[in-house]
Ligand binder design. Sequence first.
Ligand code: LLP
Length: 402
Amino acid sequence: MAPTLSNEILLKAAKEFSTPLYVYDEERIHFQYAKLIQAFQKSDVSIFYACKALSNINVLRIFRDLGAGIDCVSLNEVQFALKAGVDPSKIIFTPNSVSFDDYTEAVSIGVNINIDNLEILQQFGTVYGNTYPVVVRINPHILAGGNIKISTGHIDSKFGISIDQVGQILDIKKQTGLAIKGLHLHTGSEIKEVDVFLNGLNLLLELSNQFEELTVIDLGGGFKIPYKPDEKGVDIEQLGEKLFERLDQFQHSNNRKFQIWFEPGKFLVSEAGYFLTKANIIKENPTRHFIGVDSGFNHLIRPMFYDAYHIIDNISNARGPLKTYNVVGNICETDTFAWDRELPEVHAGDILMFKNAGAYGFEMSSRFNSRTRPAEVIVAKGEMKLIRRRETLDDLLQGQIL
Ligand code: LLP
């Protein structure tokens, strides 16, 4: 059974640290990581946690202790991983649309580098030749993922070098001597179909015949986890089994050996996170009942930005009679967390808990409307620990030239 935090401990956290509040369950992070390791144990698989999902250094330390690597999209994320004590050899730098300066800094730190466009690849090859082997991101022209905003591998996506331009990658390699140790793809987030990952694997295996020094195949992240009550996530055990079969067969018949890398974010931390808010007002309009909470899309943007669904529960009155509400925030524009949602009757002061808030929750929060960002707490072995204090007015003013 997957571990979850009880309403009692969440209410205790809300009381002790106030709301709005992000609470993370360390045990659940361990559980999710162990599930991946177990599913892929037959193959040579390494997991790099995509820390754009949740980058608090205390969380990165959990992954360091588990032996995971970290996938970073910015140099600041790389610095976070280093601060958490992660060795540069276990960090991948996977940026897009950054300047060559970022790559030279990444080289000086010694992290794995993923290049996703031909111009930088040419520059990199010219400067470093075969001295710094890189991973190259391929755009496989595969449309997958929960919705178009989080799909990244289709033909019109800005990410990666088109599969049709592999000839140009080979030309750069030949001309500059650039060493390509890995090929990468990431088709999107919330991918449920095992076949999407297998198609990606097949495609990179086929390409591997043209890259004789290739040792790494990076299949990205994007494992779907359930958000709605009766939704199912990706069948990770089946993926592990099928991946092993295909890889083993290819490696034998081609006399090659590959390490497989994955870089999941949501799978590892989404279900470990809870977002707690307090009902400030109940408004009964002629057509709708609203619950106005002490937060808004500045703290959890996923419903407004991706039409994402988060289970919400009234943990102060979990067994109360059900009523239908719109759950709204306090931002001065349309700011709806949930439409027509049945919840145990809510009174002002009740604590509403949002599930699946570990990934892209706090991480995408902002100070819009000059509101401070929430605190973050982690629960480990029944103990609550504050890992980010609540911001104050001074934090908002810091940096302004007064
Ligand atoms: N690798 C790369 C290159 C990525 O761009 C991403 C996510 C991941 C790995 C991790 O994907 P995950 O396993 O978390 O699905 N903010 C959106 C999700 C955007 C994902 C961006 N890239 C959301 O809240 O749904």
